[in-house]
Design a protein around this ligand. Structure first.
Ligand SMILES: [Zn+2]
Length: 291
């Protein structure tokens, strides 16, 4: 994968500039309960945070995930049948992929192929933004992948939700409350032991989280193999796509939470927002968009 990133960066000036800029991004951090939340100043992400995602705007623009509209430099890698792994030209982390469906179809349901993607991408978390939970391209089915260690929520869950030595088989489900965590983000964590069918367990997240969240696209899903090779699935149900404070006016913030924000890294494309966000603002954002 490093070779793939290097070759993309050497032939694609826009991506190279954005990955180089990432080295200079500023970050603040806040301890909110048990979660260490980072706030990243990332001006290039305005393309996603400020994206117009109403039906009229979507219909009026060429879909940037369809192969015919992609930049000529963006080379796909066939990772799992029916999916193409692409370097995300507007990264949040030094390794940031978009995994797009080979065909143009809407961001609906949960792609069960995320399990196979996670198996192909060791050390990485594959995640999915429901169409009303951070997806900036809700008309073309896609997932993303970043290194697991970049995501505070995944690290916290690995640390606090463990299989007991007596538990050798099965699926273990726990919420933040079950784990005794003071987390500003509500979630359901599932551990799937190697003898279980990971895709079937991912399909069952609908029952665990509640069908309405999946049907309405109000969910973020994370799938990864943890440090000891056990498959993990985390679902974050959502109340809303954007907080009431979303905007560019006085007292408003350009923060549009997707999976990465819900996993503990809030992206602010504007310097004013980056500098002025307080711990109370962050708590409020999480409580307005999460459960
Ligand atoms: Zn498309």
């Amino acid at each position: 994968m490093l070779e793939f990133i290097d070759s993309q960066l050497s032939s694609w000036p826009l991506a190279r500039a954005n990955y180089q800029a990432l080295g200079k991004t500023e970050r603040r951090s806040f301890e909110i309960g048990d979660l260490r939340v980072g706030v990243q100043f990332n001006p290039a992400r305005i393309v996603s945070t400020g994206a117009r995602i109403d039906a009229v705007s979507l219909a009026a623009r060429p879909c940037f995930l369809c192969s015919e509209n992609r930049p000529p430099e963006q080379t796909p890698v066939d990772i799992v049948e029916g999916w193409q792994l692409l370097l995300n030209p507007y990264p949040i982390f030094p390794t940031h992929f978009t995994i797009a469906s080979s065909v143009h179809r809407p961001q609906e349901g949960i792609p069960l192929d995320m399990v196979e993607m996670a198996e192909k991408l060791p050390g990485m978390t594959v995640f999915f933004n429901g169409r009303h939970a951070g997806a900036s391209c809700p008309d073309h089915l896609h997932c993303q992948a970043v290194m697991t260690h970049e995501l505070p929520l995944m690290c916290l869950i690995e640390e606090r939700h463990k299989l007991l030595s007596s538990e050798t088989s099965g699926m273990r489900v726990a919420t933040a409350v079950d784990l005794g965590l003071d987390s500003p983000v509500g979630f359901v964590s599932v551990i799937v032991t190697p003898d279980m069918d990971g895709m079937r367990q991912l399909a069952r997240i609908e029952e665990t989280i509640g069908k309405k969240y999946i049907e309405e696209g109000l969910v973020n899903i994370f799938v990864w193999k943890d440090s000891v090779g056990i498959l993990r699935i985390v679902g974050v149900p959502r109340k809303a796509h954007r907080p009431s404070s979303y905007g560019t006016g006085i007292g408003q913030y350009l923060v549009s939470p997707g999976s990465i924000d819900m996993a503990g890294v809030i992206i602010t494309p504007r310097r004013d927002d980056f500098e002025s966000l307080t711990i109370d603002d962050i708590r409020r954002i999480y409580s307005e968009v999460g459960i």
